[in-house]
Design a protein around this ligand. Structure first.
Ligand SMILES: Cc1cc2nc3c(=O)[nH]c(=O)nc-3n(C[C@H](O)[C@H](O)[C@H](O)COP(=O)(O)OP(=O)(O)OC[C@H]3O[C@@H](n4cnc5c(N)ncnc54)[C@H](O)[C@@H]3O)c2cc1C
Length: 263
């Protein structure tokens, strides 16, 4: 199951962004830069920047997420975001004795498709283990012929075998990662991935990430989410046609997190 937590972020993110803005727009001295930057004043600076489209000061604050229970398919999509840092669990070194996998909800909701999906996962797991075992035996033989002890050869052979056997693992296979993005990059990420046109798994993740950062820095992430939540839909003829619904959804999420009732 998808799990995401915000494990760290720049302390006082809105105050840090406000300090950068203050430095840009006044003759502030660095010794007194932070003075007077109350939460209210910081929010005003952050909102002023957003209204002007001056986004670079928001690059000074970082947010780090721990993510697990997501598919390798999601991994391929999230790592397309270049303005981010990633640390991903390696399949080269982790033995996947009984690999976990993500079942798409549409598959889970169709009995026949689900049975076929499970069968595919089981057979891929069996082939993975078969290939790993075959390769491992061959590697052990060769390494021992080269003079390595049996214990040493077995350890090395396992790593070598896993490295090649993993080529048969499916996109559905789960992975874990640590992701860090600054606030500007997160805004771009939410714009693309909270959108209805994004694939369901990364959209679920993006929505949860949005909730986590909005709870920490509401002014900074006020005009964030799918593009249609705070402006026109940019998808042209590919639009889902549900902009009003999405806008209402994100207003509701923000109201919930602000402890209000948007009804
Ligand atoms: C619905 C959807 C469908 C998609 N379908 C496909 C697909 O079919 N095939 C495919 O390959 N990808 C696809 N993508 C991925 C998409 O093309 C982007 O690679 C991905 O969303 C990362 O976005 P980004 O470049 O804005 O983010 P980042 O890489 O984080 O970049 C952030 C911003 O920095 C700037 N930037 C970064 N690098 C450069 C650069 N080299 N030059 C100039 N400006 C730069 C840009 O303004 C960019 O928006 C899809 C994405 C979505 C949301």
């Amino acid at each position: 199951m998808l799990k995401v937590s915000l494990i760290a972020h720049t302390p006082d993110p809105e105050r840090v962004v406000a300090a950068a803005a203050k430095l840009c727009y006044s003759n502030a001295e660095i010794d007194t830069l932070m003075a007077g930057l109350t939460p209210e004043k910081s929010r005003d600076f952050v909102r002023m920047l957003a209204s002007m489209g001056h986004e670079s000061p928001t690059e000074h604050v970082n947010f780090t997420f721990a993510i697990e229970g997501v598919s390798r398919s999601l991994l391929a999509q999230i790592t397309r975001h270049r303005i981010a840092s990633f640390s991903v669990q390696s399949q080269r070194y982790v033995r996947l004795d009984a690999f976990d996998y993500v079942t798409p909800p549409e598959v889970a909701g169709d009995e026949e498709a689900l049975a076929a999906f499970r069968q595919a996962m089981d057979s891929q797991a069996a082939e993975y283990h078969r290939i790993a075992a075959l390769l491992k035996d061959g590697h052990i033989r060769r390494l021992m012929q080269q003079g390595m002890s049996e214990a040493e050869a077995t350890k090395k052979a396992e790593k070598m075998a896993i490295e090649d056997a993993r080529f048969v693992l499916p996109n559905a296979c789960t992975t874990k990662m640590i992701v860090t993005m600054n606030a500007r990059s997160l805004k771009n990420f939410f714009r693309h991935r909270c959108c209805n046109r994004a694939q369901w798994e990364i959209r679920d993740l993006a929505e949860q990430m949005f909730r986590l950062v909005y709870a920490v820095a509401p002014a900074l992430f006020e005009a964030c989410g799918p593009a249609c939540a705070y402006g026109p839909c940019p998808e042209g003829k590919m639009t889902c046609g549900r902009a009003a619904e999405m806008r209402a959804k994100y207003e509701q999420i923000k109201a919930e997190l602000n402890g209000e009732n948007a009804q």
